[in-house]
Design a protein around this ligand. Structure first.
Ligand code: NAD
Length: 347
């Protein structure tokens, strides 16, 4: 770490299990969503508690957590931000631990593997474990989430699955919807923390219910983004200006977030600054949408639910990445560019 950053940020290096912990929050996973979520949570907590609050951050990419902590400490002098290198240290440091990770393997890794949250819960006194609240906002498979939450519960702590809807703009504005699964008690405990990052905190039911709702929502979104791209291409082929077509759809029965906020054609909704205005940078990575389609397809197979459109959408996102691997990190509305080039190839 650079010396200037070292003055602003403390690196927590103790691996000693604590007997008591402050009411601080640890945030693990400072990616496109986690970073603005942690910023909102910490800055609002600072404002409410009038400073003196302590926060802890952790990311597999150390440079990312260093930059986050350093920038935050500069903006909010007097705030203590600790960097930790493992989920275990994050749990030792705080009673509330929030995770915002890419998917199932990362959640398994952070919770169940050596240096993870579950082994750490075994090392702290039972009362300390009982005071622990784990909030996982990752979109992952329902079964793994239920197994992890049950393991957390067996060790005396509480856990909710709290995946989000609203994308990067919602994370930045603090207007996310949190879809929460877990006991009602755990939901009530998590709600005040979630309200610092979101607008709608929706109780969906028992453990895994938040994820079930999230997977169904993203099934709709993934299909819509493709069909909006198809319509925008077809309309232009028929001689319509894309701005005119977008404003017709957005004020008609075809209106949806994929068109009104995340329209894939540059110049159509410039006030919303969608990723297409930046060559599809930022936003919701196509690899993550492909992952979410896979989650929907797998759970539909397991529950014998027909998913003809979802299955087709999964194949299309897979082809988008296969065709141009760089698209994996770009916003999933880049499916428009893939279809446009496909059209030009006269396939
Ligand atoms: P991302 O890939 O940008 O960020 C994930 C972060 O987790 C990265 O910084 C990565 O370094 C970190 N990480 C990975 N493994 C780790 C580990 N073992 N320990 C600590 N840190 C680790 O992903 P994102 O776009 O922020 O999405 C996060 C989750 O939110 C995903 O499940 C995604 O499906 C969901 N989601 C994303 C959006 C969106 O628009 N980006 C919207 C809604 C939901």
């Amino acid at each position: 770490m650079r010396p200037t950053a070292r003055r602003l940020v403390q690196v927590l290096s103790s691996l000693t299990p604590p007997t008591t912990r402050p009411h601080s929050v640890s945030f693990i996973g400072l990616g496109r969503m986690g970073s603005p979520m942690a910023y909102n949570l910490f800055s609002k907590a600072v404002a409410e508690t009038k400073g003196g609050t302590r926060f802890v951050v952790c990311d597999a990419r150390t440079a990312v957590s260093e930059a986050f902590a350093s920038n935050f400490a500069k903006e909010f002098p007097g705030t203590q931000i600790d960097l930790v290198n493992s989920p275990e240290e994050a749990l030792f440091a705080s009673q509330t631990v929030i995770t915002m990770l890419p998917s199932t393997p990362h959640v398994r890794n952070v919770y169940a593997e050596a240096g993870g949250i579950l082994p750490a819960l075994l090392k702290i006194p039972r009362e300390a474990a009982h005071a622990t609240l784990c909030i996982d906002s990752t979109t992952l498979d329902v079964e793994t989430a239920r197994v992890v939450a049950a393991s957390v519960g067996k060790l005396g702590a509480r856990m909710v699955d709290a995946p989000v809807s609203g994308g990067v703009p919602g994370a930045q504005a603090g207007t996310l919807s949190f879809l929460v699964g877990g006991t009602k008690t755990a939901y009530d405990l998590a709600k005040p923390t979630l309200e610092w990052m979101g607008k709608n905190i929706i109780y969906c039911g028992a453990s895994g219910a938040g994820l079930a709702a999230k997977i169904c929502n993203n099934l709709v979104l993934g299909v819509q983004q493709i069909v909006v791209s198809e319509a925008m291409l077809l309309g232009q082929k028929l001689g319509l200006e894309p701005q005119v077509l977008a404003s017709v759809i957005n004020s008609s029965t075809g209106a949806c977030w994929a068109s009104s906020t995340n329209n894939p054609v540059p110049g159509t909704v410039p006030d919303k600054s969608p990723p297409c205005e930046r060559d599809y940078e930022g936003g919701f990575a196509t690899r993550l949408m492909l992952k979410d389609m896979g989650l929907a397809i797998d759970i539909a197979e397991a529950t014998k639910t027909p998913l003809p459109l979802g299955s087709a959408a999964g194949e299309i996102y897979s082809e988008v990445i296969e065709d141009d691997p760089d698209t994996a990190e770009k916003d999933f509305s880049a499916v428009y560019r893939y279809l446009r080039l496909l059209k030009n190839k006269d396939v």
